[in-house]
Write a protein that binds this ligand. Structure first.
Ligand code: LLP
Length: 416
């Protein structure tokens, strides 16, 4: 559930008219709802209330400081994949002691920075990385808290680009090697074994793959205990899907409670979640204006002011996101391709959408709060758009629209 609803035939974000936001701040812009973010976060924590847990919101989904700050105030931890994301968490008031560091290519500098801040855990993705972390920590006279990200070889049944838990994917350490790697890690001077971790993919719409992965990983936890390696936490990654179209993903509470049931034999094992999309996607929309309507032969195009550089998911994954009029009006409905200004045939936000449109209309692309702004770029030298957060009846600009000058700030021509 989210807080984007029609009132008197116009779309509202919480108690603010989206039309008013567009008039005041221009288009395109991302609009987020604080209440929705909070509601989604609490869906996880409330369902997990009876078991020791930590929700580490996946920063990559939406890394705006205001978004991170809203979650940090609720006590959220964070899953990060770069020094930049960690710096954002700190700038937003997040606690490093609640940060888990994922990602396959952590540099020595990133490891050192994260160690100096005292993060909760490095999610180790390879044996070479384990050696590097131990080395960096030892050099600094520190011990690095780690968990091994195991690749459980489970089919997440999602888009191949966002499936990560199959043995052919680049992520994690083969589960068959897990015991050996843990026993080696236990010998390394700069390593303090804390947990175990998996992440099998994103936009999963069933609980079964999570449970299958969890069962495999719990078997490892039990075997490690026999070797005298007692883990403090188990990190189940992120990946819970949302409804973009007709998907029916489990509610976070169903997902969380089913995972927790499996943990009954491990009452002391803290459960860590890394949700990104399930918290942020439906907490945001992308507002765009129709610049032109155009008909080529039988095809109707609505050319809008937002493009693939602003919202890449439709072009990159053929992802379907709902596109709705901000203020619906009477008239003939056509099947429109909603296309952007970028010079690429792949630049579309949606295809074959039945809409009644006139030039100047505002459209809202739903479910754009996750992997929207964070995947945006300046392609075609288009300034990145403004981000707005609505909190009840108050509107905050949480990232101002880039200017043309911002585009080439930092660039230099060669000397004469
Ligand atoms: N943890 C790890 C280690 C991850 O790699 C990811 C996402 C997450 C957590 C959060 O997953 P979520 O709960 O959001 O599914 N750009 C794609 C999604 C890529 C996800 C990458 N990893 C999209 O727009 O669909």
């Amino acid at each position: 559930m989210d807080y984007f609803n029609y009132r008197e035939n116009t779309l509202f974000a919480e108690s603010v008219s989206v039309n008013d936001i567009a008039q005041q701040f221009g288009t395109p812009c991302y609009v987020y709802s604080r209440a929705t973010l909070e509601r989604h976060y609490k869906a996880f924590t409330e369902a997990a209330a009876n078991h020791q847990h930590l929700v580490c919101y996946a920063v990559k989904a939406n890394s705006n400081l205001a978004v991170l700050n809203v979650l940090a105030r609720l006590g959220s931890g964070f899953d990060i994949v770069s020094q930049g994301e960690l710096a954002r968490v700190v700038a937003a008031g997040g606690e490093p002691s609640k940060v888990v560091f994922s990602g396959v290519a952590k540099t020595a500098a990133e490891i050192s920075y994260a160690l100096s801040l005292g993060i909760k855990c490095f999610n180790v993705e390879s044996e070479a990385e384990l050696e590097r972390i131990s080395h960096v920590a030892s050099q600094e006279g520190l011990v690095a808290p780690i968990s091994i990200r195991v690749n459980p070889d489970i089919d997440a049944k999602t888009h191949p680009y966002i499936s990560t838990g199959l043995k052919e994917n680049k992520f994690g350490i083969a589960i068959s090697r897990a015991l050996e790697v843990y026993r080696h890690a236990a010998q390394l001077p700069g390593i303090d074994i804390q947990g175990i971790d998996f992440h099998i993919g994103s936009q999963l719409t069933e609980v079964e793959p999570f449970l299958a992965a969890l069962d495999k990983v719990l078997a490892i936890v039990a075997q490690l205990a026999e070797y005298g390696i007692t883990l403090k936490h188990l990190d189940v990654g992120g990946g819970l899907g949302v409804a973009y179209l007709a998907e029916e993903p489990p509610h976070p509470s169903t997902y969380v409670s089913q995972l927790i049931e499996r943990l009954a034999p491990f009452p002391d094992l803290e459960l860590v979640f890394e949700p990104g999309r399930a918290i942020a996607a439906n907490a945001g929309i992308l507002v765009t204006q129709v610049e032109y309507l155009k008909q080529n032969q039988d095809k109707h195009f609505a050319i809008v002011d937002a493009g693939m550089n602003d919202l890449l998911r439709p072009s990159l994954y053929q992802a379907w996101q709902n596109i709705i009029p901000v203020s619906p009006h009477e008239g003939d409905t056509q099947q429109y391709d909603i296309v952007g200004p970028v010079c690429e045939t792949g630049d579309f936000l949606g295809k074959d959408r039945a809409l009644c449109l006139t030039q100047g209309d505002l459209l809202a692309v739903r479910s754009a709060g996750a992997y929207g702004f964070t995947m945006s770029s300046n392609y075609n030298s288009r300034p990145r758009v403004a981000e707005i957060m609505v909190d009840g009846d108050t509107v905050h600009v949480i990232r101002k629209r880039e200017t043309i000058a911002d585009l080439y700030q930092g660039e230099n021509t060669l000397p004469a």
